[in-house]
Design a protein around this ligand. Sequence first.
Ligand SMILES: Nc1ncnc2c1ncn2[C@@H]1O[C@H](COP(=O)(O)OP(=O)(O)O)[C@@H](O)[C@H]1O
Ligand SMILES: [Mg+2]
Length: 252
Amino acid sequence: MTTTATPGPAAAPARVGETVVEARGLTAGYAGTPAIHGIDLEVRAGEVVALLGANGAGKTTTLLALAGEVAPLAGTITFHGDSRRRRLHQRARQGLGFLTEERCVFMQLTGWQNLKLGRGRPEHALELFPELEEHLGKPVGLMSGGQQQMLALGRVLASEPRVLLADELSLGLAPMVVERLLTAVRAAADKGVAVILVEQHVRQALGIADRVHVLRRGRIVMSGAADDLRSPDGHGAETIAAHYLTGDADPS
Ligand SMILES: Nc1ncnc2c1ncn2[C@@H]1O[C@H](COP(=O)(O)OP(=O)(O)O)[C@@H](O)[C@H]1O
Ligand SMILES: [Mg+2]
């Protein structure tokens, strides 16, 4: 029997409601110094979990540890039933899609070349973001920030990940683009992707999240269902922001 490497989904999708990623007592950091402490969280297929917190709270470190880019100092990470330590490229084969804080595109390549480098079908990315089509012939460095981020998100979603980790997807982008990106993230979750979304925009994050964790100084200080936090008077987002996200950067 022969096997051929074909592009397409990295891994079979999980069943909706099934836990896809779980962290227990996760402590991780840099040069042996923890930046996050004893984090417990999980994300199931079909849900969006938002991670909120001030600058320096440990959001990126949490995602990097889940992705296998930062080694845990303590605790466990279980990825679709596998609790062995894995590096990012191995996680990618297990169905991890990771959009880091740096925009995940190759600026010198054209949009089309960027899409072809992904694990999925370029056409699938264009179904999600058809407005990109007319710009695909030019170098990505000449596209707007919003187009670049749609390209990055479209490419990762086209690979049909089981899990999407998205770090500050909407940073610095216009509200309409933010809406567009987050709607695509919600739609992916509705199709069964497990999503962990790091966001600065609390209101928009609450708008698409199922559950929320707030990090402060490397620890989860508040967790809840997004429904409970979206107060009827619409002040839920302001309350979280006022209590947890205000002030200067959050030194560990
Ligand atoms: N590469 C690094 N080396 C050393 N310390 C780091 C590094 N990256 C982040 N940190 C520190 O870890 C803490 C958490 O940072 P980070 O996870 O980036 O927070 P956030 O994403 O919430 O802004 C901060 O105190 C930050 O200074
Ligand atoms: Mg960060």
